[in-house]
Design a protein around this ligand. Structure first.
Ligand code: PMP
Length: 388
């Protein structure tokens, strides 16, 4: 199997698994059990992971809250700010972008049912924001701006630093869903004036079911209304017994990125360029969606004219890729991201996302290229019958 679906989930790095192992069988204590050694060992491991993640973000370890993943982190950021007592008088307006992940869009829609007002900014044909339009949308009653660092479907990067400065100047909180960016791109919460940042273990070579939220403690101190009520873990912000092995894994994953990100980024640029150049050379009428915008170095979302992407992937049983984001495929709707870019439904139907990563090799890319070229030619010569 050639795995080109790293944006859906990454395999675990063996070094991450190795770091986690003792916390299943040996140091299996509850990190909240202060009175015995096993609990203390678990607690120490969790705090070390907090430091490792904080270092990757240039944050203070006390600013990291563990969650079950980025969906929960996004919900905590958006609903936590919207419902916080401290901001009640500030207003009820939020700003986000139409190409955000459902884990941001759906909490926004939920907040609308409670009387909050949300501005959904459009994007251009390349998936880019209009920064003037963002600046014009900021209002005295704007509580929060939530804009992802990198898009999961097309890999397009938003200019987080400019957005952060705009928000900071007007005293508006800035949240970024960095699920796809953390580890792939540098992300410093200080220079980018970020107040809240969501991230997820399973996009970083750590396991599924663990993630976190960076919450700024100073200048300004962010206030959140907790979403889960219980034992008061994470200083009351997120109750629930900590997933110690998962957190240890996420910490190790962050440490590896701190050391290896630059190398990894240049390697993935080379592989992605190889794939795109090969496809452009050997397949007519294909284009990279968002190809003219700054992009993650691992993501190529390609449209193949006259092809149905689902049918194309059925012709590629040895290759793992996606037709849209895995989360929206469940709902079988054309990608809202490509739709927001003004790409027509037919072109969307012919779009495949290839996303590569740490364990991708040049030989795999060449094999994938061969297989994709053959499949596109076959599909164009004799299109498969629609399946549903
Ligand atoms: N945001 C983005 C940009 C994502 O790509 C994903 C995962 N598809 C999520 C949020 C949700 O993350 P998790 O699976 O950790 O809940």
């Amino acid at each position: 199997m050639i795995y080109l679906d790293y944006n859906a989930t990454t395999p675990m790095d063996p070094r991450v698994l190795e770091a986690m192992q003792p916390y299943f069988l040996k140091s299996y204590g509850n990190a909240a059990s202060r009175h015995h050694q096993l609990g203390q060992e678990a607690k120490a491991a969790v705090e070390k992971a907090r430091e490792q993640v904080a270092q990757l973000l240039n944050a203070d370890p006390r600013e990291i809250i563990w969650t079950s993943g980025a969906t929960e982190a996004n919900n905590l950021a958006l609903q936590g700010v919207a419902h916080a007592e401290a901001y009640r008088r500030k207003g009820r307006h939020l700003i986000t972008v139409r190409t955000e992940h459902p884990a941001v869009l759906d909490p926004c829609r939920f907040l609308e049912t409670e009387g909050f007002e949300v501005t959904y900014l459009p994007v251009d044909r390349e998936g880019r924001l209009d920064l003037d339009q963002l600046a014009e949308s900021l209002r005295p009653d704007t509580l929060l701006v939530s804009i992802m660092a990198a898009n999961n479907e097309i890999g397009v990067l938003h200019p987080v630093k400019v957005i952060g400065a705009l928000c900071r100047n007007q005293g508006i909180l800035f949240h970024s869903d960095a699920t796809q960016a953390l580890g792939k791109e540098p992300l410093d919460v200080q220079t980018n004036a970020l107040d809240l940042v969501s991230f997820s273990g399973h996009k970083m070579y750590a396991p599924k079911g663990v993630g976190g939220l960076y919450v700024r403690r100073r200048n300004p101190r962010v206030r959140l209304q907790p979403q889960l009520h219980g034992g008061g873990h994470e200083r009351g912000w997120r109750s629930g017994t900590l997933n110690v092995p998962g957190i240890v894994g996420l910490g190790m994953a962050a440490e590896l990125f701190s050391k290896e990100r630059e190398n990894e980024q240049s390697r993935s640029t080379g592989l992605c360029d190889r794939l795109e150049a090969g496809l452009h050379q050997q397949v007519s009428d294909c284009q990279v969606n968002g190809g003219r915008a700054p992009r993650l170095t691992n993501t190529s979302n390609m449209s193949f004219a006259g092809c149905d992407a689902e049918a194309l992937l059925r012709r590629l049983p040895k290759l793992a890729a996606s037709t849209a984001s895995a989360c929206t495929t469940a709902a079988l709707q054309p990608s809202h991201v490509l739709g927001a870019m003004g790409i027509d439904d037919q072109e969307i139907q012919g779009s495949v996302r290839f996303s590569l990563g740490r364990f991708s090799t040049e030989a795999e890319i060449d094999q994938a290229l061969n297989q994709i070229v053959k499949a596109v030619h076959l599909e164009r010569e004799s299109p498969s019958a629609p399946q549903c």
